[in-house]
Write a protein that binds this ligand. Structure first.
Ligand code: AMP
Length: 393
């Protein structure tokens, strides 16, 4: 804090590369993750600029400035990078050239090379294996020869996933065995893919963590995730894991942040196996849907954490403020019978409504979420689901 009459900067303990409040954080991507980053950055006194190829995206509504241009438009990227003090991103599928151009003018956090790694499942898995992290057995499928080799390497049940542009279960086909592989690959348009063994997981959890410019690390408690139709449905915390598993997950987060040289927020999706082993499913070098409950339930939310890391400020506390919490996604399907009854959820104590300002509600589209608190994780999840049910007109 600034002492009265002092000319000292507002933020102490800053590293040499820190950007003080008043500086502009730029983000590639115009979706809800950018919107929530913008709100958090502004709360800390930063200005916020959005670069997106989308018109009227959720992030642009809270931005000081927003640029709509193609991620291939080098002149627009250059002008944007010159106009901000640091760049981060809110979704992975930004062409790497955008990060390279931005890096000529300002810090890009996390580094653009990480984006390149996670844009392709094969590179992502190679990267994870390379730093010693455990993943499900996998094999590349980029040619008929590789398809045959993959069938031999992973003869049982598996999941064939396109190497690029897959999310929320898109570009994925389950196969009961190698005999279904040819048809599965055909259904993916014979795009470059990765075959993974089907993991008999007991639970899915995620861990959101951050690493600062100075190498400091902050790790949230793991979150328990339930999916519906391959899309995250409800997240609950605490996940109530045995101490040894919790310690293992912390270790995985630490190894990933350091091994991949992340500056920023990283989410790691994990499979918990019978017997206690943990496998990494995939990573996202940004805030994640499963971390949305940190906005209402934790001392420092994942978006403020991203702003802090990008600005080179000290990371914040990852402690939960109070009782257990749960998050339920609100998908466009909820609008099928008309405008949801916001009044009902808003009248519930301990329920927080977040809407992303998207103009059009399409089935499967993430339109917002609800967070609820409860005396136990189970009660919080039950209340989040009940609040969502109450929205139906
Ligand atoms: P992903 O897009 O890779 O996160 O996959 C979406 C969801 O599909 C995951 O959250 C899991 O529920 C399921 N899934 C993905 N890969 C596997 C696998 N190898 N084994 C079992 N289930 C999987």
């Amino acid at each position: 804090m600034t002492a009265p009459g002092s000319t000292a900067p507002l933020v102490v303990n800053r590293t040499d590369s820190s950007l003080l409040p008043g500086a502009t954080i730029g983000v590639f991507g115009g979706g809800q993750l950018g919107r929530m980053l913008g709100v958090a950055a502004r709360r800390l006194g930063y200005r916020f600029a959005v670069f997106s190829d989308d018109h009227d995206g959720p992030a642009s509504h809270v931005a000081d400035r927003s640029v709509q241009a193609s991620y291939e438009d080098e002149a627009a990227l250059e002008a944007f990078a010159r106009s901000v003090d640091a760049v981060t991103f809110e979704f992975e599928n930004v062409p790497s050239v955008a990060g390279e151009i931005a890096a000529r003018h300002c810090p890009v956090r996390p580094r653009g090379g990480l984006l390149h790694t996670v844009q392709n499942r094969q590179r992502e898995k190679d990267g994870l294996v390379g730093i010693g992290l455990p993943v499900a057995r996998f094999a590349p499928v980029r040619s008929a020869d590789e398809l045959r080799a993959a069938a031999e390497a992973i003869p049982g049940a598996g999941v064939l996933k396109t190497a690029s542009f897959g999310y929320d279960g898109k570009g994925q086909v389950k196969v009961a065995g190698a005999h279904e592989l040819e048809a599965a690959w055909e259904s993916l348009g014979r795009a470059d893919a990765v075959l993974e063994t089907l993991v008999p997981f007991e639970r899915e959890v995620s861990v959101v963590a951050a690493r600062g410019v100075d190498g400091s690390i902050a790790i949230y408690e793991p979150f328990h995730n339930d999916h519906a139709n391959h899309i995250l449905d409800v997240t609950t915390c605490p996940a109530e894991l045995p101490d040894a598993q919790r310690a293992r997950i912390d270790e995985i987060a630490r190894v990933a942040l350091e091994g991949l040289d992340v500056v920023g927020v990283l989410c790691i999706e994990l499979f918990l196996l019978p017997g206690g082993d943990v496998l990494v499913n995939e990573i996202a070098p940004r805030p994640h849907n499963s971390g949305h409950l940190t906005v209402d339930a934790h001392v420092t939310c994942q978006f403020q954490m991203q702003a802090r890391a990008v600005a080179g400020l000290p990371l914040g506390s990852t402690e939960r403020i109070g009782p257990p919490a749960a998050m339920a996604n609100l998908l466009g399907d909820l609008w099928a019978d008309g405008e949801p009854r916001w009044d009902r959820a808003l009248a519930m104590p301990g329920v927080f409504l977040h809407l992303y300002g998207k103009a059009e509600a399409r089935p499967g589209r993430k339109m917002g979420h609800l967070t609820a608190i409860g005396a136990t994780s189970a009660e919080a999840a039950q209340r989040a689901r009940a609040a969502r049910e109450s929205l139906r007109p």
